[in-house]
Design a protein around this ligand. Structure first.
Ligand code: BES
Ligand code: ZN
Ligand code: MG
Length: 510
């Protein structure tokens, strides 16, 4: 690899924004206030009316995420002021604050500057807490400054190695109130960037054993995390027929990665564990039911659910919730080969249930059903799985939100709340018994595809539901999230969907 991913740091400082020397000062502007706010007004005065003149031109309307740059010509300490739109004041959400910070950091990296002062936190509505503001800004700064360029020769674009961000406020008590959020945002932002890098690495760099080595490294870095790797031999011993079938055609053997976070304290330890389960197909060619070649390279992202779990476990270990949490990542490469599984094969999964494989491209559910069964055996109270599972989910919901299914209203509500606070959006779809009817096979306990293509995201959910038993369960189909996302986020490739969602869910689980 040619070089390291850009390193971003975020700190806080009690100071007047205009007095802090930096390459860029980012400030927020609402679209419905008619005149510059307090800080923008002060800057306007310092810059002899430049802000008002810019607003009067009418090309910057302060829509959420829009920007305009003013050069300060030495009149204040920052070299540039970046106006970032926050939309309407009364409609402001933490997601818009996160987006504004992301765009500010993205601008800094694009301009190849080393330092940015962030004052997006000033004069925000009181309904959003300082802690939430600090976390949203910090997560946004990590997100927007990220670039996936570890395989680009360094000479190509001269980007800097690091971006130093400083969140400022004149009031020391406000800085103090935000700092808890900044700390959490740093943990989550770094975990998400890590996840994006692993997700972006192609199939020749990340295969199941390499992913397992990454998980081991993550666990080693935190004493509250352990990592167990089940290799092929162990998978045979535990009758993981689903994982073994999907991995059978690949030169890289499959793995099941089991991360376990253990909290401190007897009361926390006594609570039943929960499990996060993520699909990590390091490359999905479709297998014998091979996919068309156009766009097949996108299927390196078919490991994104598993990597969302890996990133979330990294963040969870640092945030230390009072609850045992498993991160279970079944991983295989789905390839056509003389030893690959075939359409028509009947396999026996870890649960003992037999599956008729009618299409080898419906492989995610085959590795997940073994991992979900393993989670039920660990006596988990709730299981949440996440996967780039079906093209049908992308047809249904597009690329803006993931499909959410499950068997427990309370769990669904908790995931919806986590989606709202994290900005990783979900939409609840049904997963009722009618759909399970569709998955029946005449010659095995269940078939891996539905009788028709209709409702394909939900029939996939219905397949998984057959393996959860009485355990509370929810399923997130994130197929539209990591795929088709090129350059939408300042960086090529994966946006690291799910790290923030799963972390928020696990930290607040009740
Ligand atoms: N990894 C794919 C799902 C996918 C498709 C993700 C497009 C992102 C974009 C999955 O393994 C798959 O191939 N699913 C099949 C299922 C079908 C055979 C029932 C699909 O969606 O076509
Ligand atoms: Zn797949
Ligand atoms: Mg497939």
């Amino acid at each position: 690899m040619a070089r390291k991913i850009i390193s971003t740091t975020v700190k806080t400082k009690a100071a007047a924004p205009v007095s802090v020397k930096s390459d860029i000062l980012a400030i927020g502007v609402f679209s419905d206030e008619g005149k510059p706010g307090k800080l923008a007004g002060q800057i306007n005065k310092n810059l002899k009316g430049a802000v008002k003149k810019l607003l009067a031109l009418g090309d910057f309307k302060a829509k959420c995420g829009s920007t305009a740059v003013i050069y300060t010509d030495g009149k204040i300490a920052p070299a540039r002021v970046l106006l970032v739109g926050l939309g309407q004041r009364k409609k402001l959400t933490s997601d818009c604050i996160r987006k504004a910070a992301s765009i500010a950091a993205n601008t800094a990296v694009t301009l190849k500057v080393a330092t940015i002062t962030v004052a997006l936190n000033q004069q925000l509505p009181a309904k959003i807490s300082p802690e939430t503001i600090g976390q949203a800004i910090t997560e946004g700064l990590y997100f927007g400054s990220y670039r996936y360029d570890e395989f680009l020769s360094a000479s190509k674009d001269n980007r800097l190695d690091s971006l130093k961000c400083t969140i400022v406020d004149d009031a020391p008590e406000k800085i103090k109130a935000m700092s808890k959020g900044v700390k959490a945002g740093t943990i989550i932002g770094k975990a998400q960037s890590y996840a994006r890098t692993i997700a972006n690495r192609p199939g020749n760099i990340i295969n199941p054993p390499k992913l397992a080595a990454q998980a081991r490294k993550v666990a080693k870095a935190d004493p509250s995390l352990t990592c167990k790797i089940f290799d092929e031999k162990a998978l045979i011993q535990m009758n993981a027929g689903g994982i073994l079938a999907v991995g059978a055609g690949s030169a890289s053997p499959p793995r099941m990665i089991v991360l376990k976070y253990t909290p401190k304290g007897a009361a926390a330890k006594a609570k039943k564990p929960i499990a996060l389960v993520g699909k990590a197909v390091t490359f999905d060619s479709g297998g014998i039911s091979i996919k068309p070649s156009a766009g097949m390279e996108e299927m390196k992202f078919d490991k994104s659910g598993g990597i969302a779990v890996l990133g979330a476990m990294k963040a969870i270990a640092a945030l230390k919730p009072a609850q045992t949490i498993y991160g279970i990542i079944p991983s295989a490469e789905n390839m056509p080969d003389g030893s690959a599984c075939r359409p028509g094969d009947i396999i026996t999964t870890m649960s003992g249930k037999t599956v008729e494989i009618k299409n080898t491209d419906a492989e995610g559910r085959l590795i997940l059903c073994d991992a979900i069964h393993y989670a039920t055996k660990q006596k988990c109270e709730a299981i949440v799985d996440i996967a780039t599972l079906t093209g049908a989910c992308v047809v249904a919901l597009g690329k803006y939100m993931a499909g959410l299914m499950g068997n427990d209203d309370n769990l669904i509500e908790q995931l919806k709340a986590a989606a709202k606070s994290s900005g990783d959006k979900v939409w609840h779809l049904p997963c009722t018994d009618e759909y399970s009817e569709d998955m029946k096979s005449g010659i095995a306990d269940i078939c891996n595809i539905g009788k028709t293509r209709w409702g394909g995201a939900i029939t996939a959910g219905a397949f998984l539901k057959a393996f959860v038993g009485e355990t509370k369960w929810a399923h997130i189909d994130m197929a539209g999230m990591d795929m088709f996302s090129s350059k939408k986020h300042g960086s090529e490739g994966s946006p690291g969907y799910g790290v923030r969602l799963l972390t928020a869910f696990a930290i607040n689980y009740k």
